[in-house]
Ligand binder design. Structure first.
Ligand SMILES: [Zn+2]
Length: 459
């Protein structure tokens, strides 16, 4: 199905993100000179639509970079995946944390999008909050088709030639041009016309196939790691198509927030460039649907997919302009309620410099890295929740029921039972080829003694 018409609301979603982006400081943004951008990037965001039909951007992200496997850290202080969609989603999590915090606050609870469930005192439901109005909708905007399966349909012969250009050159520099030209020719002969692409789903094993980056571009429906240049080190982060598919299956709210709120699903995904509706619909959930049997603890959501015609000024250039415009190195994260936006380079705050021992201080970490998000969750959510449990008989977080030792980040996430069961089902069935972060990258504990003692004392 073609996406010929853009409904007004889709452009309102996109415009809310663009306006918010324009209001952010220049730091981390590409510049514009004589109408030409110095670099291109991707912009993504989450937009809240209230029951009156007003659109408010609540989280934003830009970025194109992802750290390779060798640069993964075990302390949780580095943001591994800084693609715009991931930065926007992690910024959205911080927005939700603060909305939960407000709902638990005696003085400002009426300013939150959440309210306490009336049954929270009588019924031992672990989810103590619900949306203030069920008519609230969350839209996701991205200026570019998400990387991975959704964009494989659009891979052009030019992209494949570009990859061929990056093959290692064994000859001296003087032969470089000739060598590249012949590599182009060889690549051309190897490339099947894109129209010959086949859909490949591993029906025998009842799971989605897997490809690294842009390998085997004719294989559609595959789970893919994030694309990288042919000569770059490989990454273990999954593509944005795969992550959006996951959010459509288990919700966008994360494990930690699943302790408090019902899953949040996207009303729409608005894309700022022309796209093949069927290909994107397949990538964002259609490929998973036939693999969900009766045992799957999954309720797959299908957000509306719509093109926005309003244009992001730092969109990837096409044609003649494409060669001279660089990729932006930095990512920007912002969420509603934050005092300022944050610029991230190589997984840390821009300007981060290690000390003489080569160590980075906590000031260097992004507020979107795993450890920062986890600590923020403790600080703004678990603490007030425990207080309410103590004073008003609310059900207590399971996290503190029996453990006398500190749980690791991964162990804490696993206590969000329904969310964990849904993800475990996917990882052992339809998405068994999903590349998961090594356990060592999620085995850290909160090492702030005071922070932890506060909770133990409250229990
Ligand atoms: Zn991506």
């Amino acid at each position: 199905m073609a996406t010929n018409e853009t409904p007004q609301w889709a452009n309102q979603v996109a415009q809310a993100c663009l306006t918010q982006f324009q209001s952010l400081p220049k730091k981390g943004k590409p510049t514009m000179r004589e109408g030409r951008p110095s670099a291109w990037t991707v912009l993504a965001g989450v937009v809240l639509e209230n029951p009156e039909g007003q659109f408010c951007c609540v989280a934003l992200g830009t970025g194109l970079k992802c750290l390779p496997e060798s640069r993964l850290t075990t302390d949780g202080n580095v943001l591994h995946d800084a693609h715009a969609e991931v930065v926007a989603r992690r910024s959205f999590l911080r927005y939700l944390y603060h909305q939960v915090q407000a709902a638990l606050d005696t003085y400002i609870y009426d300013q939150s999008i959440f309210v306490a469930q009336e049954s929270s005192v009588e019924a031992p439901s672990r989810r103590v909050l619900k949306l203030r109005n069920p008519a609230y909708k969350f839209h996701f905007y991205t200026s570019k088709i998400p990387c991975g399966d959704a964009s494989m349909d659009k891979i052009t012969q030019y992209d494949l030639l570009d990859a061929a250009k990056l093959q290692p050159n064994e000859q001296g520099p003087s032969d470089a041009t000739t060598k590249q030209d012949s590599a182009h020719q060889a690549a051309l002969q190897d490339i099947e016309p894109v129209t010959k692409k086949r859909r490949i789903t591993n029906q025998v094993n009842h799971c989605l196939p897997f490809c690294r980056g842009r390998d085997n571009p004719h294989c559609l429906t595959a789970l893919r790691t994030k694309p990288a240049r042919k000569d770059a080190e490989r990454t273990t982060s999954m593509s944005c198509s795969d992550k959006l598919m996951l959010w459509n299956a288990v919700g966008i709210q994360s494990a930690l927030l699943s302790f408090f709120i019902e899953p949040i699903f996207l009303e729409s995904v608005v894309i700022g460039e022309p796209f093949n509706h069927d290909a994107v619909a397949m990538a964002l959930g259609g490929r998973l649907a036939p693999l969900l049997d009766d045992t799957a603890p999954i309720r797959l959501h299908k957000p509306k997919l719509v093109r926005a015609t309003v244009k992001f000024p730092f969109q990837e250039p096409v044609g003649e302009d494409s060669a001279s415009v660089l990729l932006s190195d930095s990512a920007i994260g912002w969420y509603y309620g934050s005092r300022e936006s944050e610029v991230i380079v190589n997984g840390r705050r821009q300007g981060a410099v290690p000390d003489k021992q080569g160590k980075f201080s906590l000031k260097c970490r992004s507020r979107l890295c795993k450890r920062a998000l986890w600590e923020e969750g403790f600080l703004v959510i678990f603490r007030p929740w425990l207080q309410r449990a103590k004073t008003e008989g609310w059900p207590r977080p399971e996290l503190f029921e029996s453990e006398s030792r500190r749980l690791t980040y991964r162990e804490t996430k696993q206590l969000a039972t329904e969310y964990f069961e849904a993800k475990t089902w996917l990882y052992t069935n339809a998405c068994r080829h999903w590349v998961r972060a090594p356990v060592s990258t999620e085995s850290f504990i909160i090492n702030d003694d005071q922070l932890w003692l506060d909770y133990i004392c409250n229990v």
